[in-house]
Design a protein around this ligand. Sequence first.
Ligand SMILES: *Cc1c(COP(=O)(O)O)cnc(C)c1O
Length: 386
Amino acid sequence: MSKSTDLIHAANRVPASAKPLTLPIVETTTYVFDSAADVVAYNEGRSEKFLYTRYGNPTVAAVEESLAQLDGAERALLFSSGMAATATTLIGLLEAGDEVICASAIYGGTLHLLQDLLVRFGIRTRWASAADLTSLGDVIGERTRVVWFESPTNPTLRCVDIRRVAEACRARGVVSVLDNTFASPLNQQPLALGVDLAMQSATKYLNGHSDVTAGVVAGPAALIAKVEKARRLLGTILDPAPAYLLGRGLKTLAVRVARQNATAQALAEAMSRDARVSQVYYPGLASHPEHAIAQAQMSGFGGMVCIDLGGDFDRAVRAFDRLKVITRAASLGGVESIVSLPVLTSQWGYTDDQLRAAGVTKGMLRLSIGLEEVDDLLADLNQALG
Ligand SMILES: *Cc1c(COP(=O)(O)O)cnc(C)c1O
């Protein structure tokens, strides 16, 4: 063999004796078959082999397996973003003429996907208030196929009775999907509460280091198979390198979430004793309107806290601009504490009426609590509010 030919093949030979402690990043687009019989076995679903990385990859599959276990699901699928997970799930489950009931307190990307894009393919959406979700039996129609909702919601962390929504859907043969991004599976287990599919932006708590964009959907094999078929065709699978990073982030999920829960609780309690703060929204506070529901369905109340400075935009902007440790940025769930002004991000462009309907004021600051010392975060908030 010539040196040039050998160079192409030699680097692909992994020593069989190597048994790495950590997950190898399998950077390959395609996989080797030993024979035509091998290909036939794959085609007929009689083999565990991989064919092509747009369909599946060992690094991605290893992290999917770990996420399926975390959610108590038969299977989980990874995507290149939370939005890729949402879009692929909806496209996989729906056809023209079908209706989605979507909570109006929902991630902005999900809202626009349904309102601006999927509507062009004949998929209609009915928007459901929190009250509609508690009496879903009256809202579900002939063509309703999917109910999509969140709990806790952004930015006011209101909680929906998840068991109740799931039961109403099951009674009518409608697929329920919970976007569990804000809680994370360690604080809330959607499938155990009766929901059909649990979706998350893995960009947030699951990866937890603000350096990977990814999404996941977990649930029973039969539903996941429909979503997987759409993922193959849309090409929305996650790449192996970010899948490795996500797998690495997952190793510390439990310690991160425990610490974020504790810091958020302490900070929410301190803020609710502060006269400069008119209201604190945190499911772990007895004053939270759905505290009892949160207690019944969450094992921890999460790392998101929202405070209101009397509805006063100028005061909110002043505090926002003065924060030094807590960083001004979008997103959430990372090791660094982050602050955003909902009226400039998730509720940007809302009219006063729309803000009122969403329960959002111009004086709100949304905090995503990271892993810093609680005293440093409190001191930062204290000087910013001063
Ligand atoms: C961020 C987020 C998404 C979208 O996830 P991406 O990874 O940004 O695509 C969906 N739902 C919620 C609740 C989110 O916070």
